[in-house]
Write a protein that binds this ligand. Structure first.
Ligand SMILES: Cc1cc2nc3c(=O)[nH]c(=O)nc-3n(C[C@H](O)[C@H](O)[C@H](O)COP(=O)(O)OP(=O)(O)OC[C@H]3O[C@@H](n4cnc5c(N)ncnc54)[C@H](O)[C@@H]3O)c2cc1C
Length: 410
């Protein structure tokens, strides 16, 4: 990663203009309306096109080394980019996992050879990556995972099942965690790997969502083979690396891809309240003001998190604050939508405003679960930010194979 140096006023103005010119030309074609059932394929195609152009312009992977396909610029450049990007439609939301989580983990834990092989394509979105942590019996307690990886000559052989894997069906590679030592306690016998999503032995089954979309999946791994040197990081250190990835995830979800103060949901709902002629209603005004203030506060907290990253700090448990705040905002948004639309939210015509907002409402429930549930964020904040006593852990020193988790009898 590049340094944290600041820029002269002239350099800053020049770079800002360069970002703005790029965005004016390329940040088009995505709107709230285009985030419908097609979420996935259509938006991924737009994201790839945008990101490809960004790479060609020398602006993709802003703070990553040029040697690995990054722009080799500083956190100060990245901040300017985010500020300008906040004024345009978010073209790259489908790359949140690929870029917000997989890329920093590959960069942090990958060997020089792995980075040479994978980073440039990831940065330019020539390849898309997904995250394969959760299993049917291991979500909040992901260390209980049962997918196993065994070494057979020069290859790892993986068997097991993953679930809720966002955009796996549109991804080329995955970062997967699997058990490599069942005799060690559950947190100690896990390793992280790179895998190819179209390898023999990988079956991807889409999950149909309540909002009409199909953007996450179940994945079955049956004798799936990967090269020995696709172990990512150290053997049996997968838990620490997974924790690092989850922190990147919470920062990515909690701060988004833009910077500056934004209040997108409030803006949309204020416009909607005006359209429906209820903007003068004091109860609705009060609720809209509340939403506006929460979104503004969230932006400010996100700016602080970004400033910490710019100062060279690794993302810590504070990322959970942004993530939890986002979930709270979603809850508030749902309540206002109910007041504005009433039964129209479910009894509507395809393509009308109520249908679009109804879909937004249904999708928003995921924010309380994806990337770790609200309860888990509260546990992390209590224990690691506020210093409250930790949750008791009775299985900490017990060998994994003796535990009754998932389908394992113990
Ligand atoms: C939209 C979406 C996208 C996702 N994408 C991915 C992805 O790309 N890759 C991936 O690996 N996973 C993904 N997930 C999975 C997600 O990480 C898990 O759903 C989440 O961690 C919760 O796990 P679970 O569903 O097994 O629920 P459980 O862990 O079974 O939790 C059930 C309930 O118990 C509560 N609970 C559990 N433990 C505690 C505790 N210790 N204290 C208090 N309450 C507790 C939870 O808060 C929850 O309310 C995604 C999920 C969603 C909704």
């Amino acid at each position: 990663m590049s340094d944290t140096a600041s820029l002269s006023a002239a350099d800053e103005a020049e770079f800002r203009e360069r970002c703005r010119a790029f965005l004016q030309q390329h940040a088009t074609g995505i709107s709230r309306e285009s985030r419908g059932e097609d979420r996935g394929a259509g938006m991924m195609a737009a994201a790839k096109k945008f990101q490809g152009a960004l790479a060609e312009a020398g602006l993709a992977g802003m703070v990553y080394d040029k040697e690995y396909g990054g722009a080799g610029l500083t956190r100060a450049h990245e901040r300017i980019w985010r500020e300008e990007y906040a004024n345009f439609p978010d073209m790259t939301s489908e790359l949140t996992i690929s870029h917000g989580m997989c890329l920093p983990v590959l960069n942090q834990f990958g060997t020089h050879e792995q980075k040479k092989a994978f980073l440039a394509d990831n940065i330019a979105a020539r390849t898309v990556w997904c995250q394969m942590f959760s299993e049917p019996g291991a979500g909040s307690d992901v260390a209980s995972l049962q997918t196993k990886a065994e070494l057979d000559g020069d290859e790892w052989v993986l068997n097991g099942q993953k679930v809720w894997t966002t955009l796996a069906h549109l991804s080329d590679y995955g970062v997967v965690i699997a058990r490599t030592n069942p005799d060690a306690p559950k947190h100690a016998g896990i390793s992280m790997f790179i895998m190819k999503m179209d390898a023999p032995g990988v079956e991807i089954r889409p999950i149909h969502q309540i909002d009409g979309g199909k953007h996450f999946n179940e994945i079955f791994l049956t004798d799936m083979r990967i090269p020995k040197d696709w172990l990512l990081g150290e053997l049996n250190n997968g838990w620490n690396q997974a924790t690092a990835m989850l922190m990147y995830e919470r920062v990515a979800i909690g701060t988004g891809s833009t910077s500056g103060v934004t209040h997108t949901s409030a803006d949309g709902l204020i416009a909607e309240a005006k359209r429906r002629g209820v903007i003068g209603d004091p109860t609705i005004r009060q609720a809209l003001m509340h939403l506006y203030s929460e979104e503004t506060t969230k932006s400010l907290v996100a700016m602080r998190t970004r400033a910490e990253l710019k100062a060279g700090k690794a993302p810590g448990p504070g990322g959970s604050l942004g993530k939890l705040h986002g979930a709270k905002i979603s809850r508030l948004m749902r309540s206002i939508l109910g007041d504005l639309f009433g039964p129209d939210l479910i009894a509507n015509q395809k393509g009308d405003k109520a249908e679009q907002w109804g879909r937004t409402l249904l999708t928003s429930f995921s924010s309380n679960i994806a990337g770790g549930t609200d309860e888990i964020q509260k546990n992390i904040i209590g224990d690691r930010v506020l210093g409250l006593p930790r949750e008791p852990m009775v299985d900490k020193d017990v060998p994994f194979r003796e535990l009754r988790v998932g389908t394992q009898k113990g």
